[in-house]
Ligand binder design. Structure first.
Ligand code: ATR
Length: 282
């Protein structure tokens, strides 16, 4: 695939940005669709994010993703943010409008729901009790998604109780804060458990969570994707629960940006999953 002088250009801004899998997956989609386009990594220091975003229209970029640690700053920097970005308080996808204004969205909530639907065939959060571990940026997106799905109860379990309380205040019903040492109680009768903490990541601290109280019908989702099969997911499968890995959300959250910049609907399938999974191992 050659990139011509007319190529549509987008990318991802992060600091550091080397760990981002977004270039691998967007360029896979571009090649597959034969689109004259490119998606590039941009290492942008935190104190220069506003400047970097402002340069996009002048450079002729279609837009950009923003990743850690820039999502909150991007929310503050864009000219307009959509409803879901405002609720989450963070932007991960920026589109340069025809008039040069920057339009911000957050596709993490969409990616979370689409990941469950695609891996499970069908999934609805309506009326369920869900346990969410963690209260950082990823948890905000997942809580917003579960609220939109019509969950009956969202049990927010976090090591630092104050952060869980702050999220309950921000989002309101049906969130309830649960102390970290009571995390196993939060699994009683839950239809969904989501780990949004970094626990369980290769080389890091493990997530200590006994699943004895979790119904076998429950779905367990880990947003950690290195390794793909975390100890939490392995334990869930051993219990007979359905398990959804973190790679799936990573792939689906990328879809709206790709569609907006390059004008084609990308498809998440096994070929893409394998392509990105191989890169994760490398
Ligand atoms: P992100 O934006 O990716 O969600 P974050 O804001 O740094 O990242 O949040 C990380 C989450 O992992 C937090 O909920 C954090 O708990 P605290 O709020 O108490 O910091 C959680 N976390 C990280 N290390 C942890 C550990 N060793 N035990 C329990 N929770 C941990």
């Amino acid at each position: 695939m050659t990139i011509s002088g007319k190529a549509i250009v987008a990318g991802v801004m992060g600091w550091p940005v080397g760990h981002s899998r977004s270039p691998v997956l967007h360029n896979f989609w571009l090649a597959r669709a034969g689109i004259d386009g490119a998606y590039i990594p941009m290492a942008v220091p935190p104190d220069r994010l506003g400047e970097a975003l402002r340069a996009l229209p002048a450079l002729g970029f279609a837009g950009t993703n923003v990743t850690i640690p820039h999502k909150e700053a991007a929310f503050a920097a864009v000219d307009e943010a959509d409803g879901i970005a405002r609720r989450i308080g963070a932007v991960n996808t920026v589109v340069v409008r025809g008039d040069g204004a920057l339009s911000g969205s957050n596709t993490d909530a969409f990616g979370f729901v689409e990941a469950l639907r695609s891996r499970l065939g069908t999934w609805s959060g309506t009326g369920i009790a869900a346990a969410v571990l963690g209260a950082g940026g990823a948890a905000r997106a997942i809580v917003a998604a579960l609220q939109d799905e019509g969950a009956a109860e969202i049990r927010l379990v976090n090591r630092t109780r104050g952060r869980a309380d702050a999220l309950c205040e921000r989002f309101g019903a049906p969130l309830v804060a649960v102390d970290w040492h009571e995390r196993e109680d939060a699994l009683e009768g839950a239809a969904l458990v989501v780990n949004t903490t970094s626990l369980g990541m290769a080389g890091g601290a493990p997530l200590e969570l006994r699943l004895d109280g979790l119904p076998a019908e429950a779905v367990v989702n880990d947003i950690v994707y290195t390794p793909l099969e975390t100890p939490l997911l392995a334990a869930a499968r051993a219990r007979g629960c359905r398990a959804v890995d973190g790679l799936e959300m990573l792939l689906h959250q990328a879809r709206p940006g790709f569609a907006a910049w390059y004008g084609a609907e990308p498809v998440v399938d096994d070929a893409l999953r394998s392509h990105v999974a191989v890169d994760l191992l490398g």
